[in-house]
Design a protein around this ligand. Sequence first.
Ligand code: TNX
Length: 540
Amino acid sequence: MMKLFIKFGLVLLTISLCHAQQQCPLIPAPMHAGYTEDVFKLNRQTALFVDEEHLKNVGRYLQQELLRLKGFPLMAKSSLDQQSSIRLKLDEQLAEEAYELNIAQDGIIISGGSAAGVFNGASSLVQLISQVESMAEAVLPVPCWTIKDEPRYGWRGLMLDESRYFIGKQKLLSIIDWMAFYKLNKLHWHLTDEPAWRLEIKKYPRLALVGGVGDQHDKTKPAAFYTQQEISEIVDYASKRNIEIIPEIDMPGHATAANRAYPAYSGGGSEQYPEFTFDPGNPETYTYLTNILREANALFPSNMLHLGGDEVSFGNDSWLQNAGVKRLMHDHRLKDLKAVENYFMERMADSVYQMHAKLLVWDEMADINLPKDKTVIFWWRHDKPQQLYQSLKKGYETVLCPRLPFYFDFVQDSSHQAGRKWGGLYSPLQDVYHFDADTWVKDDKQRQQVLGLQANLWTETVTNNQRVDYLLFPRLAALAESAWSADAVKSYAQFEERLKRHLKLYRQHDVYFYNPFHPNEIPEPVYFKKDKKDLNAEEN
Ligand code: TNX
């Protein structure tokens, strides 16, 4: 009898050990994951076969990533003539971004509802392989997972502010790699603001040459900007990783750098924010900005233009003394400066729609009436949920990026010296992980209007790339799981376990991350000039 008990106990122990090992290591957690004890032996003879011409880019991605992360050279073949293969194919039964990944002893198959779906499957395979430890360099034993997966949201975004701090192409491409690794698919690129303008415009070369000088911390830094050639390369690189890039040209506020280059279109500012706005009272301003947007629209195939529209009241005092603005107010019966601001945005919105592009704006613009099928509102003021409700009530598609917890310029830990807090609150990893849209949006119709989630990395407190990493990692991983994974498969405790293995990868690939398990492992790169104005004050 005793023997039987011991045996039974051992069986139970084995089952639970297997179970423990069976937690699928992917971040974001997939919808369904099954495991068998086998492995697929990836070796130098393994060949990649791609069924369709337009999946070739996914194949290239797989090859490039295996080389980058594992130093493993995977070859591609034009015919399916051998046993040991990795095969990519379409499956029309699947939803657009959905995929199935089947790893068996004799081969790997990834099928997806579209190239985007196949890409997502390839990204999962890359992650699984990135965690394989092998003694023999030439053979990687890939555990046999069977995964069926699809995203919770179609918009899984990251915004990078390159005006306050110029990240530069090389680092940007590596951030794009990490986004793809986590299946984030929208890069919102904040290219213009007070310190600098970062985008070459052929018709107005001074924008980049003069507007590109300086950054938040050093007004004399030589001009830094992206040429149109570089932009095309970056857009192309991202699109091969299922990432669409959306440029933001902020207006009518946050226009200081542009005004330095072309003062003729400046609408002045306030004492604290000089030369902050474009001039809504000058008809030429609209032509000027439309010309700029035409070039931007031609450069970014996402066909979406973000025009900002935030915080105009910070610096539009001088509009009251502007003869052109007075005339405009009289002619169009605009009762106050907010009405002028709205008029400006409606007029610029028309230019965007005429380019057959979508208009994206911050939540200040939820107050005006724009065509709801062509406009996307970004809710950012967590302390103003009425802006979210307004946006949804008016029928706009809406992206959720509330400051708490999605502003990554906010600190991750209360002990951190630099970065923002909001009345003592900040954005720890847990809060990014636990963000639940249902806290805000209860009604089914409105839930449909939520395109997804986004984190915004504002860079007033950034002076080097290490700090970029420190603010992004590991919150990027938590963002990905919030935006991708169904509630039913989320568990913070399990996420932490999976994350530990990802931290190892960050170490291997020189990511300067914040370690929530050992906060002192990597010191915070601090930003010293902590002056309230730079941070827009703690509570705005
Ligand atoms: C608000 S979010 C801003 C940015 C600042 C950020 C700092 C938004 C639309 N405007 O200009 O960089 O706060 O957290």
